[in-house]
Design a protein around this ligand. Structure first.
Ligand code: SF4
Length: 748
């Protein structure tokens, strides 16, 4: 992004190079798919701090200038916003189903003003506003290079495959040009040619399955133009071979790679530099920002080009994602991966000396010892007594540090070194630096914690309310132990690295306001001097949704709750004839209530964890009267329109679990500063989560249904009012007979 007052120009960007440093400064882990090749793939979560740089070969236009000469089109510039969105206007002529929505026009006007006046903007725009067109049209009219960052893959795909092509056809009706747009994904979606060629020279494959996958990948590599694994439909999601062949940054040789010029990543990067609109997800965006910040905005840092504005859609997720990328994470798996990569590379190149073998053995032994003496505990927990731990176990820590140093020295001493060897040295050094920070830093704005998980699973995000980790996951296989450091308050970091340097940030979501205002989100993100807009809903919630809270159920924290809640759920489902999501704040509660109702309901019951999320959703859509029991991963980003989803039941107010180390540190910090963490942090965060959960029900003007909250603290506690006032204007009731009437009066 362009920093205010920044005089850097295009030439500086064209000339950047790799800088040696003890921490990662590279642009690293993100790539893009150009509009000409619209392949679909899972945007991957990127790890920070283990990256290597490429130099782009294109001169980058400054953010005030478009990458393409026909951007924006004459048509986009000449029509007023009203003419675009109005009844009978440009958009309605282009699409027969287009309908005028006042909120959409208001949002477009607010975004256009923000872009023109170089101001920040927060917009809450409920489902049905049509917010993607409301920001895309002003973005295109501005002629600025813009990044659009989303929370979900679904929204990325909607923008890239649906909304932008629609606007292209509208704005360039004679086919005189196209927008330059790219859709960026994590590097591990792409094939590393070098790794494939190395494997071809010296195949080390384990098992028939890997051999089969290798053949498929090798044949595909000869024909693919993108290297995007999404094209390889037959490759299983969890392919172990792909993990060995992907283009993730930590193993990349950058410009020194023999395959650099034809590398899929290099090509993707070139296309990103030529794009007017760059679609990323929040993980890519903050990984890039964190890398730039770590390198103090060195010109060779980061992958995203400078832009005139960033649009954050699904912006309610920003704090969590930003926190994870401005932190540090070291795991026993990461150390083992380094040892394994060194071993494989040196073996392949006939360079594996006895001294390196000794260093690798030492690293493995000491890593195992160090991680075994860490405090015991499952899941996520605070690492509070690091000083005492170091007094008792300082030897194990120093021994591990020394083994990393020894490995680096042995690699340096090799008589002839391949380029890969230098990346191994860098990785060993980074691990040393990061381990040192994790064990010795006294930074007051950082919480240090540990997470134990099953093999191959990434650390879980803390916002998943209470115990939503599936106890069935992570069992079996070797356990990974993550040492983590997370900023307690990301606001000052984002203020300094994002909002102050950036000309325009637009934050939008259906769930940003609490009690009608944005104080919570502004405070959590450090966003000052911002225009705020809450748009009226396009839906008639009074008519479309009934919100029922049973006043007679026990407190959900009591042991009697589950039995009573199961009875009430059964009653409600009989009224709604199934067709429901029953959403829980914990796996334990979900499983208990599911098993209480198993065999009791006449409707097909689906349970989260029995199949992948997408398969469960598909089954739900296709199975008449189905009932899905699920936890937090179904609270957002799930869209089931029509009568098939006529009821959403939520078990309790979704407060984040207070013992979670990151949540606990934030609560403590707010209270210590004289604030009231419950009202300033815990309640607003739960309000936004509840709005997300209930938001699953009404997805179109024709949807109609029941929302039930089984937690009547919303009626009885003072804070309940904040929840009620923050929810859309649903019709409300505490009387089950009104629920019966609602469905009795429902046609069909
Ligand atoms: S530059 Fe070489 S090592 Fe890096 S991703 Fe491309 S092919 Fe792989």
């Amino acid at each position: 992004m362009k920093r205010k007052g920044d005089t850097s120009n295009a030439i500086q960007h064209a000339n950047f190079s790799i800088r040696p440093t003890s921490v990662s400064v590279a642009w690293g882990s993100v790539d893009c798919t150009a509009i000409k090749s619209r392949a679909v793939a899972e945007p991957a979560i990127i790890e920070m701090g283990r990256t290597k740089a490429f130099a782009p070969t294109q001169i980058v236009p400054p953010p005030s200038q478009p990458a393409s000469s026909n951007f924006p089109s004459t048509r986009a510039r000449e029509a007023s916003l009203y003419k675009f969105f109005a009844p009978g206007g440009v958009l309605s002529k282009a699409h027969p189903a287009y309908e005028f929505r006042r909120g959409q026009l208001q949002m477009a006007q607010a975004v256009e003003e923000a872009l023109e006046q170089k101001r920040h903007l927060i917009v809450e725009a409920g489902t049905g506003t049509g917010k993607t067109l409301a920001y895309l049209v002003p973005v295109i009219r501005s002629g600025k290079r813009v990044v659009i960052s989303t929370g979900t893959k679904n929204l990325q795909e909607q923008l890239f495959y649906k909304d932008i092509p629609f606007l292209e056809q509208t704005l360039y009706p004679n086919g005189e040009g196209m927008l330059n747009v790219c859709y960026m994904k994590g590097r591990n979606n792409y094939l590393c040619k070098k790794k494939l060629y190395d494997l071809t020279d010296q195949p080390v494959l384990s098992g028939l399955e890997e051999i089969e996958h290798y053949r498929a990948i090798a044949a595909w590599e000869r024909t693919t133009h993108t290297g995007d694994r999404a094209e390889l439909a037959t490759l299983p999601e969890a392919s172990a071979l792909w993990h060995k062949l992907d283009a993730r940054s930590e193993t990349c040789l950058g410009q020194k790679c023999s395959a650099f010029e034809t590398c899929f990543i290099t090509e993707m990067h070139r296309r990103a530099q030529e794009s007017d609109i760059i679609i990323v997800n929040h993980h890519l965006f903050f990984a890039d920002l964190a890398i730039k910040q770590a390198s103090e905005y060195a010109p060779d840092a980061g992958i995203l080009p400078e832009v005139g504005a960033v649009i954050f859609d699904e912006a309610h997720e920003l704090e969590d994602v930003a926190g994870s990328y401005f932190g540090v994470s070291v795991s026993n798996s990461r150390l083992e991966e380094l040892a394994r990569d060194v071993e494989a590379s040196l073996t392949r190149n006939h360079m594996l000396s006895a001294s390196v073998v000794g260093a690798l053995r030492s690293l493995r032994e000491r890593s195992q010892l160090f991680f075994s003496v860490l405090p015991s505990g499952e899941g996520r927990f605070a690492f509070e007594n690091r000083r005492e731990f170091m007094e008792e176990n300082g030897y194990e820590f120093i021994a591990l540090q020394q083994s990393l140093q020894r490995l680096g020295s042995e690699l340096q001493n090799l008589p002839s070194k391949s380029e890969e060897v230098f990346t191994f040295c860098r990785r060993a050094q980074e691990l040393q630096v990061q381990l040192g920070f994790l064990m010795e830093s006294e930074d007051h704005n950082t919480v240090f914690w540990i997470e134990r998980r099953g093999r191959g699973l990434s650390p879980r995000r803390h916002r998943e309310t209470e115990s939503t980790q599936d106890p069935r996951s992570g069992m079996g296989g070797r356990q990974s132990v993550y040492l983590q450091a997370t900023p307690i308050d990301v606001a000052p970091i984002l203020q300094r690295t994002l909002f102050e340097p950036l000309e325009t940030a637009v934050l939008t979501s259906a769930t940003l306001a609490v009690g009608g205002g944005f104080e919570y989100i502004r405070r959590r993100l450090g966003l000052e001097h911002v225009r705020e807009v809450v748009l009226p809903s396009h839906f008639d919630y009074q008519k479309q949704a009934l919100f029922y809270v049973p006043p007679d159920l026990p407190d959900p924290r009591t042991p009697q709750f589950a039995a009573k809640a199961a009875d009430r759920i059964r009653r409600i489902l009989e009224i709604t004839r199934g067709r429901a999501f029953v959403l829980f704040t914990s796996y334990a509660q979900m499983n208990e209530i599911y098993h209480r109702l198993l065999g009791e309901l006449e409707f097909p019951m689906l349970l989260q964890g029995d199949a992948p999320k997408s398969a469960l959703l598909e089954e739900f859509r296709l199975t008449p009267h189905a009932v899905l029991f699920a936890t937090s991963s179904f609270w957002q980003g799930v869209d089931v329109q029509g009568q098939q989803l006529s009821c959403v039941i939520i078990d309790r107010l979704p407060f984040a679990v207070p013992s979670d180390p990151v949540v606990a540190a934030r609560v403590k910090s707010i209270d210590a500063e004289g604030g009231n963490a419950f009202f300033q942090y815990q309640v607003p965060a739960a309000v936004i989560t509840l709005k997300q959960g209930f938001g699953r029900l009404i997805r179109s003007l024709h949807d109609r249904g029941l929302l039930t909250l089984l937690d009547n603290r919303i009626l009885k506690k003072a804070y309940g009012r904040t929840f009620v006032e923050s929810l859309p204007a649903y019709r409300r009731t505490i009387d089950i007979r009104e629920v019966e009437n609602f469905f009795g009066s429902q046609s069909g």
